[in-house]
Design a protein. Sequence first.
Length: 214
Amino acid sequence: MNVLTDNFPTFRDGFLGTVELTVYASVLALVLGFLMASFRVAPVGSLRVFGTVWVTVLRNTPLTLLFFAVLLGLPRFGLVLPFNVFAVLALGCYTSAFICEALRSGINTVPRGQGEAARSLGMSFGQSLGLVVLPQAFRSVIPPVGSTLIALAKNSAIAGAFSVTELLGTYRTLSELGYNIVWTFIWIAVGYLIITLAISALFNVLERKWGVAR
C-alpha cells in the first residue's frame, strides 16, 4: 500500500494524463470516424477512395510505428507541437479507422429505402446521411464503438515511451526509486481498470437509452 500512498502525486499525474489522452483522442477518433464512414458510402468516387485508403493504411499500421511517424515525421515538415498533442493525433487517427468500420457496418444495417425516402423528400446526400442514416446506424453500433474506445484507453500506454505523462510511465520513476515493481504494476492496473470500467459504464447507459433491442 505504501507504493501508492508514498507516491500518490506521481500516480495521480499519470492517471490524469491517461484520462486526458483518452478523452481528447476519443473525440478526435469519433469525429474522424464519422467523417471517414461518410466518405466510404459517399456517391463521389474520390471520397470513397480516400476513405478506403485511410482505413486500410491505419488498420494495417502498428500503432508504435504511427507514433514514430507522427512525433518524428511531422516536425520535419515544420509542424512542431507538444508531445501530448502528437500523441492525441496518433491515437485519434489510428482509432478512427476502427470507428469508421464499426459505423459502416451499422450503416449497412439501415434499410436502403430509408435513404431513398429521405432523398425523395428533397434532402441532399449529406442531410439524409446525417439526419436519417447515421443516427440509426449509431444506435446499432454502440457496443463495438465502446469496445474500441476502451482499446484506445489501453493503447495510450504507448505514449509513455515518447515523453508523454501517462499512467504506465510511472513505473520507471518508481523503479528508479527502488519500489517493488510488482505492486507498482498492480496499482497501474487498478488505474486502467477504473478508466475502462468508466467507459464501459457510460456506453452501457447509452445502449440502454438508445441501443437497438435484440
